[in-house]
Structures are given as C-alpha cells and as structure tokens.
Design a protein around this ligand. Structure first.
Ligand code: PMV
Length: 330
C-alpha cells in the first residue's frame, strides 16, 4: 500500500430554502417526506481541506483552526465512513474546515459544510462522481447539503427509492438567470435551538398539521418552479413567505410546540408587509432559528437592507445574492 497522502480542497455555499424541507421519510438515510427548493448564497461560504493517509489511525477534524468538539468530529467521521465504503478504503483523514460567514451570524453551516466535504473527500480519493451522486452523498451528512452542490436555484427531489439514489438536488436556474437577493437579519442570540432532525420528528409525530404541511409543500413546489421559470420574484416570494409560515405553523402545533422566533422575527414579518404596501418586492422567510431573511429584487435590496437594519433587535444584516455550486479549489 502506498503511504502517500491524498488531499483536496473544496468550497460550497450555504443555501436558504424557499420551499422548505421539514419532515423525513427515512431518518437514517436523510430522505425527505417532500421535495424542496432553495438558493445558494454568496458570501456564505465554507472551505474544507481533507487529507487521507493510510498511516493515520483515526479521523481528526479542525473547525476554524481549532480541534473540533467530539460530537461534530463523530458526525464528520460517520459521513467519511460512507465515503470510505463507497471508495473501498479504510484510510483515516484530517479535515480542516472554515466557515467564511460573518461571525455570530447564527446561520446554519451544515449544508455548505457537508457539500464541501463531499466534494473534497471524493476528489481526494479519486472517485468519479456525477453532480447528482455527489448531491445524494452530501444529503447523508445533512439533508439540506444536497442543495449546496448545485448553484443558483435548486430543486431537491423527494425521490421514491429506499436507497436514496433518486433523492438529489439539481439546479433549475443559474444565478445569472434569476438575480435574487436575500437580506439576513441577525437578531440577539436566543436560547439554543432544537436540532432540525429532532424538530422534524417531533412535528411529524405530534403536530395535527403535519400531513397538511406536506400537502402544502407539494402544491408550493409546483407554484415555485413556475415562478422561477417565469423569472418572477414577486410570485416566488409570495410562495416562499407562505411556505415558511406554514412550516412554522406545523412546528408550533407540535406537542410541545416548537417556537423558533423571537419578537424581532415577528416584527420582520410586519416589516415585509409594510414594504410591500409601499410597492417593494420583499418577502419573509425563516428557518430553524430566529433570524429573519428577506427575499427581494436587486432594485429593492438597498431599501430592504436599510429597513431591516433599522428594526430594533437586529444587530447586523448580511446582504446575500444567488451564488454558484460547490467546487474544487486550488
Ligand atoms: O439539513 P437540515 O437537517 O439541517 O435541515 C434543514 C431544515 C430547514 O433549514 C428548517 C429547512 C430547509 O429546507 O433548509
């Protein structure tokens, strides 16, 4: 066996869902109960370098330059076990990952993190992957990571197969075809959020609105794809805001209820409505945390950014635009 290290570096962007993934048909395989639609966001990038070496006896993970915690390391290691099995190797790896997100943004980095790791690890091991097999692989690390392989607006197909091979994401509009903007409002950090898998399972098992939520997603997917094809940001925004509110409604109706918002999140919903009365294209969305995100057109972005940063409780804003897919670096 050669003792040579095999290395690669990749980058991937975070994504925000405009039609949300919130419910699994298979927890172990991260298979969704419904399809979803999202956009990758510049400048929310993760950069990951990996080196495999037959001489190492265990995986080592470094996050932002420091040794990562046990839980995170175990999660990365379990993901690498899947890659190793596919590649037919037992080699352990050193993983160095950095989120180039503005600090304290409170934004999920698992999507960009597992997408970058999937790209880097498979390249380092010399595996020949199509974009759809890469997306299905990234999905195993974190469901939403499936949507950070492709760029611009992507659809993650629910798929039917138990092995998940038909549950991957692909781009339906590149950033230059639909120039979306998304302004993220960072609000004061609330209590630690419930993990997304736990929240999804609690909602599936106890919310009286769960089955209807899944039906809403199926209808919203049709409307959102039509809006993207028509390059209609207003139509897409209307679906996105309704879909986000429906997801949170289903989670709120779980027992016990799951409440991710703080007061500032609610004020941001009112703000979007005021902005629309003033003729702006501005639509609310929000994930498993309190940060409001406002989808808008490039023309309206400066006004939306100003209004959101003026909202009491918003400590900073991050102006994002539709970005590209995951890629090898260097
Ligand atoms: O990828 P996960 O398991 O962290 O799930 C993400 C779930 C939401 O962010 C709430 C919605 C979505 O579609 O991204």
């Amino acid at each position: 066996m050669s003792s040579e290290k095999r290395s690669a570096t990749a980058r991937a962007l975070a994504n925000v869902a405009l039609v949300k993934y919130f419910g699994k048909r298979d927890v172990g395989m991260n298979l969704p109960a419904a399809s979803s639609l999202s956009v990758t966001l510049e400048p929310l990038v993760t950069r990951t370098r990996i080196s495999f070496d037959p001489a190492w006896s265990e995986d080592e993970v470094r996050l932002e330059g420091a040794v990562a915690g046990e839980r995170f390391t175990r999660r990365v290691s379990r993901f690498l076990d899947i890659v190793r099995e596919m590649a037919g190797t037992e080699e352990r790896a050193v993983v160095e990952t950095e989120n180039r997100f503005p600090t304290a943004a409170g934004l999920a980095s698992s999507a960009s993190g597992f997408a970058a790791l999937a790209v880097a690890a498979t390249r380092a091991l010399g595996m020949d992957m199509t974009p759809s097999t890469l997306s299905a692989l990234a999905r195993r690390g974190s469901g939403s990571a499936a949507r950070s392989i492709s760029g611009g607006v992507s659809v993650w197909h629910r798929g039917e197969k138990p092995d998940g091979s038909d549950s991957f994401a692909e781009s339906i509009a590149l950033p230059e075809q639909l120039d979306l903007r998304l302004v993220v409002g960072v609000t004061d950090a609330g209590p630690k959020k419930l993990g997304s898998t736990e929240a999804m399972e609690q909602t599936r098992c106890t919310s009286a609105y769960y089955d209807n939520w899944i039906r809403v997603v199926e209808q919203d997917m049709t409307l959102a794809i039509q809006a993207v094809n028509a390059r209609d940001i207003d139509a897409l925004g209307e679906v996105a805001e309704g879909n986000a509110l429906a997801m949170h409604a289903a989670a709120l109706a779980a027992r016990p209820g799951i409440l991710y918002w703080n007061g500032t999140t609610v004020e941001a919903i009112h703000l979007c409505r005021r902005l629309r009365q003033d003729g702006l294209a501005a639509y609310f969305t929000c994930d498993a945390g309190p940060q409001p995100k406002i989808l808008c057109s490039p023309d309206d972005e400066p006004q939306v950014a100003e209004a959101l940063s003026d909202l009491p409780g918003v400590t900073r804003i991050i102006r994002c635009r539709a970005g590209g897919g995951a890629a090898i670096e260097g």
